[in-house]
Design a protein around this ligand. Structure first.
Ligand code: BG6
Length: 507
């Protein structure tokens, strides 16, 4: 034990996790993500003393703001946090700058280059730069090219680019985008972000599986009957109709967040915990995944769209009534589907994925249902014993739960299910960091373990190609079923599981 603690390799790894002097450049600085997630995450890193003192954030957008305008906007957005950490904000905000820049206008990018050189001198950031593209996805390719043409990605050891999701719109466009960005920078400089991978509980799927011995022997088709992966949201489309109308739940949530949860749940153990070994395994399992029925995809997928709901006192608008949404929109706000993974571990085990907006509860979870006991010796509450379930609670109430049968008290020998639960909150007593805190730190450290590699993102798109093509070519075969806001989605999604003699877990 003590030899493990003093292992020089471990000490070395720990020392490496110090962020070098750094300038983080955010394109899309006037957008939602910057003030809702990115700057709060950076401020959190600052307060945790994880940022170097030689640090700068440069916001870039088309608006002609000054540094002070940018600082004031950010201060306004973070007012509640700042109220409790005034001094920290004063120090942090001295490192915030703003430069008007337009990724499609080379002269502004050249000017940005000069400004970054000046900031390097002023803040001693030594030319280490992380460019974050929080812009419309249509600019990911041309934006990366503009940075490369201005020479800003030339130093492969000091410059990186973080690209938000969705990375492409389908398999073909993701391949094309990969070609473009890889012509501008080395793969080690490209960080394709999926904020679900920043969540503590998503990373915990790996630790639970590979730091314990009891799960791995039963983590396969011999013991697991089926797996459900859910990401349910109570919110609607909010102010994002412009983006969401051309995206829908399949591109917005399934291809990335749900697929990443699927990959971590099903991948093989990597040979060692390093970025390439990890990403090899994720890519490999996604390459083996396929829709339950690729020839007739409408048989294994249900799309839905929320209608009006709520109460008289608190009515909720339907999707088609939301600002900016086409009143005849056929964009899906809910998807449920069935997949298989064609490999030795998972052959024949159905994976059911679902996600939706305006559902009754905000909950993301992975539920592994084990096979039933082969013989029922005891009477059970409800007729038959409940199959054992391991529930990985991604959010909220982060933790895990194991459901098994015990003897119900009293005479006789009846069994009843009980839950054994682990809660992050109870065990560790402090809230987990937001996903962006971990991911921004990792990008600045140059650690891509929790970022998706080119082959992985392509495999994730390829998996859904039959559905995307169907929606494009014959949408009537995959209609959007209306569902009332604050209900668990369309009845057709229940039927998808009922056909297999199953039901969705009610979280
Ligand atoms: C984003 C999607 O990536 O994830 C949003 O674009 C969605 O539509 C959000 O609301 C959900 O993230 P979280 O962390 O709240 O589950």
């Amino acid at each position: 034990m003590s030899s493990m603690l003093t292992n020089p390799l471990r000490v070395g790894l720990r020392q490496e996790r110090v962020i070098a002097p750094q300038c983080l450049v955010i394109f899309g600085a006037s957008g939602d993500l910057t003030h809702r997630k990115l700057v709060p995450a950076l401020f959190e890193l600052f307060r945790q003393r994880r940022l170097p003192s030689e640090f700068a954030v440069v916001g870039c957008a088309r608006r002609p703001w000054s540094d002070d305008d940018f600082r004031a906007r950010m201060a306004e957005a973070l007012a509640d946090t700042i109220a409790e950490h005034k001094h920290a904000w004063e120090r942090f905000s001295q490192g915030l700058f703003y430069e008007p820049a337009d990724l499609s206008d080379t002269s502004t990018i050249a000017k940005l280059g000069e400004r970054l050189d000046a900031i390097d001198r002023q803040r001693a950031t030594r030319g280490n730069r992380t460019f974050y593209l929080s812009v419309s996805p249509t600019f990911y390719g041309s934006g990366t090219r503009a940075l490369a043409n201005a020479g800003l990605l030339a130093d492969a050891d000091r410059s990186r680019v973080v690209i938000e999701k969705p990375f492409g719109r389908d398999y073909g466009s993701a391949q094309e985008l990969n070609r473009i960005v890889q012509a501008c920078a080395k793969e080690k400089q490209i960080f394709r972000i999926d904020h679900y991978l920043g969540k503590e509980t998503v990373q915990n799927i790996l630790v639970l599986r590979f730091a314990n011995t009891i799960f791995e022997p039963i983590w396969n088709r011999n013991y697991i009957a089926n797996v459900q992966i859910t990401a349910a949201e109570t919110v609607g489309v909010e102010e994002r109709a412009g983006y969401y109308e051309s995206s829908g739940a399949l591109r917005d949530m399934v291809q990335n967040h749900l697929t990443q949860m699927l990959a971590l749940t099903t991948m093989e153990a990597p040979g060692r915990f390093d970025p390439e070994a990890m990403r090899n395994e994720k890519a490999k399992v996604l390459q083996a995944a396929h829709l339950a029925n690729e020839e007739e995809p409408w048989k294994c997928c249900v799309r839905g769209q929320y209608g009006t709901g709520g109460s008289k006192a608190n009515p909720i608008a339907g999707y088609r009534q939301e600002p900016g949404v086409n009143p005849n929109s056929t964009t899906e706000t809910y998807v449920a589907m069935k997949l298989f993974i064609n490999n030795w571990r998972w052959q024949g085990v159905p994976f059911y994925l679902r996600t939706g907006k305006r559902l009754p509860k905000r909950v993301s979870e992975v539920v592994l249902t084990f096979r039933e006991a082969p013989v029922h010796l005891f009477d059970a509450a409800g007729g038959a014993p409940t199959a054992n379930q391991l529930i990985l609670r991604i959010q909220p109430d982060e933790g895990a739960e194991f459901r098994f049968e015990v003897k119900a008290p009293g005479s006789g020998m009846r069994s009843r299910p009980v839950d054994m639960a682990f809660s992050y909150d109870e065990s560790f007593g402090e809230p987990s960091d937001e996903g962006y805190v971990r991911l921004l730190a990792d990008a600045m450290l140059g650690d891509p373990t929790l970022y998706t590699r080119n082959d992985e993102v392509e495999a994730a798109w390829r998996l859904y190609t039959p559905l995307l093509e169907l929606i494009e070519d014959a949408p009537w075969q995959l209609p959007v079923h209306p569902y009332e806001a604050r209900t668990w989605g369309p009845a057709a999604a229940d039927a998808l599981l009922a056909d297999d003699g199953l039901g969705w877990r009610r979280p």
